[in-house]
Design a protein around this ligand. Structure first.
Ligand code: KIV
Ligand code: ZN
Length: 554
């Protein structure tokens, strides 16, 4: 057993499946680039059979991020030929490729969802793993709901997958039901009883329904697993997956105990967390381990006293190790374009000329309004600028009045398609509501605001406000843009020292994304069909793991 644990990131697949975590192709690419900087071993880029858009995103990530010295690019496929073919064509451009196929092994799934006997399931596993292996030398098999499977049947299913050529055996606790002792024992049992498994990699995949995903993953590693499947900030189905930052930092901080290592560049953890949070609109709770705002804050007098005297009295790891400090911007109002560009590049961003021009202008503007500008402000400006959806409507001007005894009112001026300038006004229950009502009068696209959050990026009264909103297009469920059977949700992000302006920017971002989604969907479909994507091969538009296509493999 070696001492190296592979980190398999599934933020773009299991994470993106979570309600409201849908990302556009550009956003997925941005996350994939950041995961490459974080140095994860494998990126599960998506589920190509889910929709032509998912296929196109996996293909693009394989092309742009799957270099020879970069991560392996994996794609998920149900146990049928059409899914496997789509996964295989989508990951083609990557230098290192993996097909990840799965089939449930618990009686509850086989009986009620798949309508298959155990024997039929074993045949399917054999045939589909063999088929995947005939295409790709790196094949991962997951017995879904392993945690609730009969242990003897699980052994049998995993043995069949190993014999059929699977190179990684991933053991999911799909419903987050197990305890660390049980999960560790299950991995140990497979490790000891499945013939030939020692030449394969055993992997953990734990959900967090009981808050045990990280503990279970670590128990699996202790029992012999050498791959952990996890997501940034722990996003994923229902309560989420094991959080990458917690697993990695547990192995890192407690290396004496585990005697294991990962290749992750821990200094990229904080940035990865911020990026995923701002792209999905899913906030990180302040008390979240490793990446929460309070994770390294010492509030009580006794703790502060101890830390000032000797850091380790109350700190088991340093903020610098996860990339939270030590990066203060030394530029200011008088800095030139050249120095600014160098600093942006040192932070790992490659901006287009247009984005750079915009970010630089906003940086100068911010320097006028805020005493100290640091890297957190800069990251927020860059994220706000580069994440902007194509501006179908551009907010040129916003003005509002509000206060005690005044009915809040707002006026907006926007430039719409074909350069049309439209001005409108509205009243609201507060200044944000008034601005949003005025914007809605111009855009006239029914939507529902389902989340609104404000955060101060740095300390102080002059702090930059960061606003995240999430909206749902009314009546869009039937159209189901992502082909996943869920109404699409769009997030928007705005940063400004004026909170109301930041809120307006965030709303415009989400609305423009909503409008652009239709256009992007048409483009992605055209690209996928041009590359041979067969829309009739599977009924992908039913639900994420809709099993109607499974029969085709028989
Ligand atoms: O939770 C699960 O079982 C999964 C599989 C598809 C690996 O996500
Ligand atoms: Zn999962």
């Amino acid at each position: 057993m070696n001492d190296y644990v592979r980190i398999f990131d599934t933020t773009l697949r299991d994470g993106e499946q979570a309600p409201g975590c849908t990302m556009t192709l550009e956003e997925k690419l941005e996350v994939a680039r950041q995961l490459a900087r974080l140095n994860v071993d494998i990126i599960e880029a998506g589920f190509p059979a889910a929709s032509p858009g998912d296929w196109a995103a996996v293909h693009e990530i394989a092309q742009q991020v799957g270099s020879a010295d970069g991560p392996t690019i994996a794609a998920l496929a149900r146990a049928n030929r059409d899914d496997i073919d789509k996964a295989w064509t989508a990951i083609q451009p990557a230098a290192k490729r993996r097909i990840h196929t799965f089939m449930s092994t618990s009686d509850i799934h086989l009986e009620h969802q798949f309508k298959k006997t155990r024997t039929e399931a074993l045949h399917l596993i054999h045939d589909m793993v063999s088929y995947a292996r005939s295409l790709c030398e790196d094949v991962e098999f997951s017995p879904m709901d392993a945690g609730r499977s009969d242990p003897a049947f699980l052994r049998e299913a995993v043995s069949v997958a190993v014999a059929a050529g699977a190179t990684t055996l991933n053991i999911p606790d799909t419903v987050g039901y197990q305890t660390p002792d049980e999960y560790g024992a299950m991995i140990r049992d497979l490790y000891e009883h499945v013939p030939g498994i020692q030449k394969c990699i055993l992997s953990t995949h734990c959900h967090d329904d009981l808050g045990l995903a990280v503990a279970n993953s670590l128990a699996g590693v202790r029992a012999g697993a050498r791959q952990v499947e996890c997501t940034i900030n722990g996003i994923g189905e229902r309560a989420g997956n094991a959080s990458l930052e917690e697993v990695v930092m547990a192995l890192h901080t407690r290396k004496q105990f585990y005697g294991l290592k990962t290749r992750v560049n821990t200094r990229e953890i904080a940035r990865s967390s911020r990026l995923v949070s701002s792209l999905t609109g899913v906030q990180v709770p302040p008390n979240k381990a490793i990446v929460g705002a309070n994770a390294f804050a010492h509030e009580s007098g006794i703790h502060q006293d101890g830390v000032l005297k000797y850091r380790q009295t109350y700190e088991i790891m340093s903020a610098e190790t996860v990339g939270l400090e030590g990066n203060a911007l030394v530029l200011g109002k008088h800095s030139g374009r050249h120095a600014f560009r160098k600093h942006v590049e040192a932070l790992g961003h490659k901006l287009s000329e247009e984005d750079f021009r915009q970010v630089f202008a906003r940086f100068k503007d911010l320097c006028d309004r805020k005493k100290t500008v640091d890297d957190r402000d800069l990251e927020a400006l860059i994220t706000g600028e580069t994440r902007r959806a194509p501006e179908i409507y551009k907010l040129e001007h916003v003005q509002f009045t509000s206060g005690t005894g005044v009915t809040p009112a707002a006026t907006v001026r926007m430039v719409g398609p074909e350069g049309r300038v439209i001005t409108d006004s509205a009243h609201g229950t507060g200044p944000v509501d008034a601005v949003y009502q005025a914007i809605n009068r111009v855009i006239q696209r029914p939507n529902e605001l389902i989340e609104f959050s404000i955060n101060a990026i740095t300390e102080g009264l002059d702090a930059v406000a960061e606003v995240t909103v999430r909206i749902r297009e009314r009546g869009a469920a039937e159209e189901d843009t992502a082909g996943k059977g869920r109404p699409p949700i769009f997030s928007g992000y705005g940063v400004n020292t004026d909170t109301i302006v930041a809120a307006a920017e965030a709303y415009m971002g989400a609305l423009n994304k909503m409008l652009a989604a239709r256009q992007e969907r048409i483009k992605a479909e055209q690209a996928a069909y041009a590359a041979g994507y067969d829309k009739n091969a599977t009924s992908y538009a039913v639900d994420m793991f809709g099993m109607s296509a499974l029969g085709k493999a028989d």
